[in-house]
Design a protein around this ligand. Structure first.
Ligand SMILES: Cc1cc2nc3c(=O)[nH]c(=O)nc-3n(C[C@H](O)[C@H](O)[C@H](O)COP(=O)(O)O)c2cc1C
Length: 368
């Protein structure tokens, strides 16, 4: 098995992809993960209709950056014309791949007959795919679930239609919509989709470790796999698992100092992208995940403890203290020491590309 995926005319240099995740895979995260070796990181889902209306927060979700080796913009919606317009805008903004969301289980999305609700309306799903494929020269892909519920598992059938329409790859989260995120992702069930189509199939759901990555690929027969929640606090995970699939040996994860540099880079990028107040707010959850994933034993109690608690304790290592005080500063909003010019935070190199990302999308609208 090769360690690359051919999606239409795009060669993805890896088989471990990073999933679109709303509130997580914003531009700072995508740039960071890409720099750390991820071959493919998708945007958060972007509401096609709102993108066409240039709603600022929606445009921001689709922001692209110069440092991204591959740009994958995911669209969500139920109106074929709006999805076609979204696909055109995504291409004009520099998307290499346009992904369609047929898997989101959230009530606000399915209530609007979009996301995984489209698996219940396959005719509409087909019209959306036709509209998107007809509107862009870029490869269009689809991300779906196994079906709406156990009585209507139609992923293989929908994938077959997708392929006939010209969709170039299909990702399947091994759960039904009814399951939301409960139970265990069924990687074996994705084998049915793999058997139904010749385009690449990507298996998704509950993949975090190298063993799970191998097992998911074995059981599904899929060409690649997609990581979701496993990347929380570990933006290097795709590269880590990619290496494990190639060499059979898991790559060593960054140590405390390297992680701290990654955290600072992420924080700084978040502030640069959103501005100070929103940048900090967006970064908070990432910080929580970085702290959770920090080397050492799990924190038993997140309440701030008196200093003596740490003295001579084997349970809390110095690196933990470093992380805790760093985290505490941000949670309490006392960021001034971190943001002083000349402080470490400012010496972490900032990626290029922020200034241009909004501009490119804006131009794509104007130039249409
Ligand atoms: C916070 C969060 C946001 C998500 N946002 C999206 C999204 O915007 N588009 C999408 O197709 N899937 C979205 N998903 C689903 C993931 O892409 C993925 O399919 C799912 O989490 C299963 O993979 P995992 O078990 O590895 O997390 C989201 C999931 C989470 C937890």
């Amino acid at each position: 098995m090769t360690n690359r995926l051919q999606i239409g005319d795009v060669c993805v240099p890896g088989r471990v992809l990073m999933a679109p995740m709303t509130g997580v895979t914003d531009l700072p995260f995508r740039l960071l993960a890409s720099r750390l070796g991820a071959a493919y990181v998708a945007t958060e889902m972007v509401a096609a209709r709102e993108l066409a209306r240039a709603r600022p927060d929606v445009v921001r979700r689709a922001a692209v950056g110069e440092g991204l080796p591959l740009t994958v913009i995911q669209l969500v919606g139920r109106d074929p014309a709006a999805m076609a317009e979204g696909a055109r805008m995504a291409e004009a903004a520099g998307a290499d791949i346009v992904d369609l969301n047929f898997g989101c289980p959230a009530k606000e999305v399915t209530g609007a007959a979009a996301g995984s609700a489209l698996m219940r309306t396959p005719d509409l799903a087909r019209r959306i795919m036709e509209a998107a494929v007809g509107a862009t020269t870029r490869p269009v892909t689809v991300k779906m679930r196994l079906g709406w519920d156990d009585d209507s598992r139609n992923a293989a059938e929908l994938a077959r239609s997708a392929e006939a329409i010209g969709v170039k790859a299909v990702t399947v989260h091994g759960r039904t919509r009814k399951q939301f995120y409960t139970g265990q992702a069924d990687w074996g069930a994705v084998a049915e989709v793999k058997a139904a189509v010749a385009v690449p199939v990507i298996v998704n759901g509950d993949i975090v470790t190298a063993d799970q990555a191998r097992e998911a690929l074995d059981r599904s027969g899929a060409d690649g796999l997609m990581l979701g929640r496993g990347v929380y606090g570990r933006p290097w995970l795709a590269a880590h698992l990619e290496r494990a699939l190639i060499d059979g040996v898991a790559m060593e994860e960054p140590g405390p100092q390297a992680r701290l540099a990654i955290v600072l880079e992420h924080l700084r990028a978040s502030v640069a992208f959103y501005g100070l107040p929103l940048g900090l707010r967006m970064f908070r959850k990432h910080l929580g995940w970085y702290v959770e994933q920090a080397p050492g034993r799990p924190i038993r109690n997140t309440a701030v403890k008196p200093r003596q608690e740490f003295a001579g304790s084997r349970r809390r290592r110095p690196s933990r203290r470093l992380w805790r005080s760093f985290g505490d500063q941000i949670w309490r909003g006392s960021t001034t020491p971190l943001l002083k010019p000349g402080h470490d935070l400012w010496t972490v190199p900032l990626h290029d590309g922020y200034a241009s990302s909004f501009g490119r999308l804006a131009r794509s609208r104007v130039g249409r």
